[in-house]
Write a protein that binds this ligand. Structure first.
Ligand SMILES: [Zn+2]
Length: 200
C-alpha cells in the first residue's frame, strides 16, 4: 500500500464518555494494521479526544488521524470531518453544514436510516456526503443509505461507529489520496472512495 491508496476506518469514537476506546489503543492499532492507515475521530458532541490522538499519531509517518465530531443536531446526527472545534450552537443541520463549509471541513449524514439518523430529510441539506456503510447499522439500513447517496449524487463514506476496541475497523473506505488531512477531505468530496467491509 502506498500513500495514494490508503484505506481508512472512518468515525471511530475514541474518547467520549460513550466510548471505551483510548486514543493510544486506536493509534497502536492503526500503526499495526496492514492497510487501514487513516482514522477519523468523531465523538458525540465532543472534540476533546482529537488533539491527544493527533499528537499520539504524529511520530508515525504512515498513519493519519482526521479530527472531527459527530453532532447531535435537531434533525439527526451529522459528522464533521476536519475540525478540532465544535460548531456554534444552536446545532441545527443548517448551522452545522454552514460551519463545515466555512472551515473547509466535510459534513456527512451519519447512519441516516437508524436511530438518530435524519433519513430522507437529508435531502434538504447541503451536506458533502452520506454515510452508506455503518458498522452498527443493519444491512437494510445501509442499503437504504446507499440508495439515498446515489439519488442525491453524493459520495458514500464508511464508519465503524466503534465504541469499543473490538468494533474498530469493522468497515473502512478505500480512498485515493495523499496522507494528509486536506488531501483525504478533498478525495471524499470528490467521491474518490469506496466504502467496504473489512474482511478478516
Ligand atoms: Zn450517531
Amino acid at each position: 500500500m502506498n500513500n495514494n491508496d490508503s484505506g481508512r476506518p472512518s468515525y471511530s469514537h475514541s474518547y467520549s464518555s460513550d466510548s471505551l476506546i483510548q486514543p493510544k489503543s486506536l493509534v497502536d492499532m492503526l500503526a499495526a494494521h496492514s492497510f487501514i492507515k487513516v482514522a477519523a475521530i468523531t465523538d458525540h458532541d465532543s472534540v476533546r479526544g482529537c488533539r491527544a490522538t493527533v499528537e499520539l499519531a504524529a511520530p508515525y509517518p504512515d498513519i493519519l488521524i482526521i479530527p472531527g465530531v459527530e453532532i447531535s443536531t435537531t434533525k439527526g446526527d451529522i459528522l464533521v470531518l476536519g475540525t478540532e472545534e465544535l460548531p456554534p450552537k444552536p446545532w441545527t443541520p443548517e448551522t452545522v453544514v454552514d460551519y463545515g463549509k466555512s472551515i473547509d471541513a466535510v459534513t456527512v449524514v451519519a447512519h441516516p436510516f437508524r436511530e438518530y439518523g435524519m433519513g430522507e430529510l437529508a435531502r434538504k441539506y447541503n451536506v458533502d456526503a452520506i454515510e452508506v456503510l455503518n458498522g452498527n447499522s443493519s444491512t437494510a439500513a445501509n442499503n437504504e443509505a446507499k440508495a439515498l447517496a446515489k439519488s442525491m449524487d453524493l459520495p458514500g463514506t464508511a464508519g465503524s461507529d466503534a465504541h469499543q476496541v473490538s468494533e474498530l475497523f469493522s468497515v473502512h473506505a478505500k480512498i485515493e489520496a495523499n496522507l494528509n488531512v486536506q488531501s483525504v477531505l478533498k478525495a471524499i468530496r470528490k467521491g474518490s472512495l469506496i466504502a467496504q467491509s473489512t474482511k478478516g
